[in-house]
Design a protein around this ligand. Sequence first.
Ligand SMILES: [Zn+2]
Ligand SMILES: [Zn+2]
Length: 346
Amino acid sequence: MIPRTMRAARLDANLSVDVVEMDVPSIGSGEILVRTRACGICTGDIMGWYMRRKAPLVFGHEPAGEVAAVAPDVVAFRPGDRVFVHHHAPCMTCRLCARGEYVQCVAWRNGKLVPGGMAEYFAVPAGQVRADTLRLPEHVTFADAALVEPLACTVKSLRRAALRGGERVVVIGLGIMGQLHVILARHVGAAQVIGLDRVPFRLDRARELGAHAALHVDERDPVEAVGELTGGDMADAVIVGPGSIEAMELGVRLAGRGATVVFFTAGRPDDHLAIAPYDLYFREIRVVPSYSCGPNDTREALDLIDHGVIRRPQLVTHEFPLDQVADAYRTAAMASALKTIVTFGA
Ligand SMILES: [Zn+2]
Ligand SMILES: [Zn+2]
């Protein structure tokens, strides 16, 4: 029985979170209604300048749940199906989709969950039902599935970093996204993975998860340290986690000949980065942004989770019920948190 009203977590412009009561969304042609069971808090959700522009809103875009209702014309899903839902999906028919540039597709950019993932129920627009709603394999829990979207962003990032195995990889920033990069870089056969951060717990966790070295950037000059660890060659791939100019500049300095530097997080709209083209040119360094992920990446991520490549206990450091979502939001911003997820009663 679907109730008429539900609880949802609303984020306002001063970044405080409240649980509010609102109507359960109705669904139209091609749409489904999902009862949320778990939703992760994304690093982007706590990026102040980014969220202030969107507030007020029901935040959360890393949900998993159970299909509660489907429109009469939906045949792919039935009530009771356990699903991951991507909050964006491409049309799969336009010129950009044909090129695999899914996140640039107009339909992708217009994607949404109604009202958002951090609500007891959300409606999924028809395009997302078609292109990027995935049934969960039996052994994948709802909490595991809350990691599909962040892992999918990592899958895309490492593909754009052109990892084939044997490379030396540096990961700047060892929050949840950095840790996922460490695991996946090892999984695809990187010869050496070096993590950089300034939080001892995160450095330790990166070593546990397979980093060959994890360096505190205030204790050691990272350029010198990476030079030493790579026998002077520097990195073949650098993942720049933070969206700061400082981190991007460091990323370029850590790149060796023929390397790829991935900018994984958006800079602010008015930021400018100075790069010496002479250096980029003769050392043939590629600078490649990696924004979000597409339906190919979410499928690969779910498959990796199903095959146990990602172990949730090492990554999900905190879990809160919906009525403590304000604590969850504060916790997600702390250095001691990797992934924080919110769970919804059965
Ligand atoms: Zn996310
Ligand atoms: Zn398209």
